[in-house]
Design a protein around this ligand. Structure first.
Ligand SMILES: [Fe+2]
Length: 386
């Protein structure tokens, strides 16, 4: 048995790394970036932190700042038009997961033509496009190191998973100093997303010794620092740990997989516009309780990595501590249930079979230690509504 591992060619990780943006472009041999970001990055001055250095290096750049949360096929198409408007040789993605996923999709669509839907999993992406240099400002989706992008099909309200070497950034600049201004809710949601990536990568049927190592490191960092990062936004130690954990969790799940939590989370996000990390959080404790009996040792390892169970502790007791901790984390981070979030009970109930079908069709539940039936997924949706 062997594992295949896809990673960016170049990573700059740590305080002040964003000041090296021009150097990173230079090392990749590119010099004309279209910067893909959002309006907030422009207004808050974060964009200037990257572009100041590009200006000093004498590089010409332009900005496409129309990206939206939960990126859509129509925004990607607009980005492709922007890309055609100049002699660009790379895309610099600056922001949370949405601008990074948008930049990846623009690169894929510009190189291959057609519609975004044409590249939905399990379809292949024939050609790699312009290199993407990803600069995350959240900790985070891990998108800066993954071979995935998730784009919403606006006609069908479906979050499509698009996967391949062509979606992996050429370089990532991972500077935790960009995360000091993240508000409490965003820190919590993106942090739980990262924790979910690490846990799912570790328990996945596709896990390998490579992904196990980075997943456990990510769990250890995130579990120990997520509360402090939320409560003390300027806590550099916590922010650094969260950022490193998010990137390692990205490396883990990109080369293993996500599982049932992400499979069930995407339809909740698509139909009810719940932020991605928050819909994961709503599901994580219950899905862990459902899945753990099929892989108690693996979940016990997660509890130990997170520091909530002792090294020598038995599996059953460690798994119980893991589930308790995930529930406590949701309480501390004020994660609402779907009902408390304001999701209409009737619409939710009506959509449960569709959501379950979409979850299964995404392929993610098939990697779960316990593979649910359609009926079991409906039952789980019911259980988490509360
Ligand atoms: Fe995620």
């Amino acid at each position: 048995m062997f594992a295949t591992v896809t990673l960016p060619r170049l990573l700059y990780i740590g305080a002040g790394a964003v000041a090296e943006t021009a150097a990173v472009l230079g090392r990749l041999g590119v010099k004309a970036p279209l910067i893909v970001t959002d309006g907030f990055m422009v207004r808050s001055g974060t964009l200037a932190k990257a572009t100041d250095r590009l200006d000093r290096a004498g590089l010409a750049w332009q900005v496409f700042s129309d990206t939206v949360p939960d990126p859509t096929d129509t925004v990607v198409e607009a980005g492709v038009e922007a890309l055609k408007g100049g002699p660009y040789d790379c895309l610099v993605a600056l922001g949370g997961g949405s601008p990074i996923d948008t930049a990846k999709a623009i690169s894929v669509l510009a190189a291959n033509g057609g519609k975004m839907r044409d590249y939905k999993v399990p379809n292949e992406i024939p050609r790699a496009g312009l290199p993407v240099i990803a600069i995350p400002t959240t900790a985070g989706t891990g998108s800066e190191v993954t071979r995935f992008t998730v784009i919403t099909d606006t006609k069908r309200d479906e979050k499509m998973l698009i996967m391949g070497l062509a979606c992996c950034p050429a370089a990532a600049i991972v500077d935790y100093e960009l995360t000091f201004s993240m508000p409490w809710r965003l820190t919590a949601d993106t942090g739980i997303d990262s924790l979910t990536h690490a846990i799912e990568a570790y328990v996945s049927k596709r896990a390998s010794p490579f992904t196990d190592g980075v997943a456990k490191s990510a769990m250890a960092l995130i579990a120990r620092h997520i509360r402090a990062a939320c409560q003390e936004p300027q806590n550099a130690r916590a922010r650094e740990a969260m950022m490193l954990g998010a990137t390692q969790a990205g490396m883990a799940f990109s080369n293993s997989s996500v599982c049932l939590v992400h499979g069930m989370s995407r339809p909740i996000g698509a139909f009810f516009h719940v932020p991605h990390g928050l819909s994961n959080a709503m599901l994580l404790p219950e899905i862990t309780a459902f899945s753990a009996p099929a892989a108690p040792e693996r979940y016990a390892d997660c509890a130990k990595a997170m520091g909530v169970a002792a090294e020598g502790e038995g599996n059953q007791s460690a798994v119980a501590r893991l589930i308790d901790e995930l529930r406590a984390l949701n309480a501390d981070l004020k994660v609402p249930s779907p009902r408390d979030y304001g999701i209409d009970a009737r619409r939710y109930t009506d959509l449960m079979p569709t959501m379950a079908s979409q979850a299964l069709a995404s392929g993610s539940p098939g990697n779960n230690p316990r593979v649910p039936t359609q009926e079991e997924i409906v039952e789980l949706y019911k259980r988490v509504y509360a």
